[in-house]
Design a protein around this ligand. Structure first.
Ligand code: MRU
Length: 355
């Protein structure tokens, strides 16, 4: 496996070190988190974000609680872990990966003998959090190797939000094929939508691609349709926060419009996401809970008010793209093509690789 382009999170035994994504690209700084409460604040406050990364971070938050509570009696230990899991579950509602990772931590706690010592349980919870992290690295690299086959020499790739290394353990999802292509010597260019309101494209995607020497051009969100309709985009790669069994999926608000433009022009539109983003219990996109964030993220840009005093704003953080606009889902288990209502379920937990 290649070295990932960025390491947004590190387990450091008595703390978790994260890149503070709120202040990038102006300031490159880390935060050291020692409690699940601090981790929950970091997730809610977007110091770290991106579906796979918030799952990893939540798992590490539970592991921090285990270390803090290892001196408790067994009953107290289990109680404190349950409270940490509940707190971390409440941070953000849309991304499947968060609930998938916390379910794994819960299962790690409940597995084994009911009378295990808190020391044994702590070791198991820390090991599970580290496995979730390592598996995400592996999945990112694998998706990169699968997705690179869809990229041709000289391609222009459009992406939305940040589905790169910063949104994961390090390789990214939508950007993983881009990193593999660049390392294979394929000449390409990325158009990054700026992604209002929090500018994940302009700040984060541009930052991580530029520092890897990849040609990146930031465009206003509203310019994406023009570029697509004028033939300036060869392929679209986006990430996802939740994929349903029908193939409808949620991603950063604005994604659906890009999918519609790409579809109208016959431009391939691919979703790159690990299987941890698939909600195997949810049939359709209309059931996905959409996070609504504070209006101040819309009324202000980088802390400066841009709307008149007293004017209200509405801030849904994600939208849902219907399956019929999607060319395929690139997962670590292979490329899933239509009919999605059969082919997504077929890679369900424990199922074999597609190819
Ligand atoms: O609100 P964010 O920044 O967490 O939203 C992130 C996205 O929408 C990403 O595209 C998605 O999580 C996939 S990340 C690999």
């Amino acid at each position: 496996m290649l070295e990932p382009p960025v390491r947004p999170i590190e387990w450091c035994d008595d703390h978790v070190r994260i890149i503070d994504q709120r202040v990038l690209p102006k300031v490159e700084t880390h935060l050291d988190l020692t409690t699940p409460e601090q981790m929950a604040d970091a997730i809610r406050g977007m110091a770290l974000r991106g579906a796979p990364l918030i799952g990893i971070a939540a798992a590490m938050g539970v592991a921090l609680e285990a270390r803090r509570s290892a001196g408790e009696d067994l009953h107290g230990f289990r109680d404190r872990i349950a409270k940490a899991v509940a707190l971390l579950r409440s941070t953000r509602p849309t991304a499947s990966n968060l609930f998938w990772a916390l379910d794994r931590m819960q299962a790690a706690l409940e597995g084994g003998s009911p009378v295990e010592s808190t020391v044994v349980l702590t070791d198991r919870l820390v090991a599970e959090a580290l496995s979730i992290y390592e598996e995400d690295l592996e999945m990112g690299f694998t998706m990169g190797k699968i997705g690179v086959d869809l990229i041709s020499q000289g391609d222009s790739i459009l992406t939305h939000c940040n589905a790169g290394g910063l949104a994961t353990s390090g390789f990214g999802t939508a950007l993983a094929p881009v990193y593999v292509a660049a390392r294979n010597g394929i000449d390409l260019r990325v158009f990054a939508d700026e992604t209002r309101p929090l500018l994940q494209g302009a700040r984060l995607t541009a930052w991580e691609l530029a520092r890897s020497g990849i040609d990146v051009t930031v465009i206003c969100d509203s310019a994406a349709h023009l570029l697509i309709s004028r033939g300036r985009v060869d392929i679209v790669f986006v990430g996802a926060d939740r994929i349903t069994l029908s193939g409808d999926f949620a991603n950063k608000v604005g994604t659906c419009g890009i999918a519609a433009s790409a579809n109208a022009r016959g431009i391939p539109f691919y979703v790159v996401a690990p299987s941890s983003t698939i909600d195997f219990k949810m049939e359709r996109g209309c059931d996905i809970p959409i996070e609504e964030r504070d209006a101040s993220e819309v009324t202000h840009v980088l802390g400066v008010r841009i709307t008149p005093d007293g004017v209200s704003a509405y801030n849904p953080a994600f939208d849902v793209t219907p399956a019929e606009l999607v060319s395929g889902f690139i997962t670590e288990k292979g490329l899933i093509e239509p009919p999605f209502d059969q082919n997504i379920a077929a890679i369900g937990p424990g199922r074999p690789q597609i190819r």
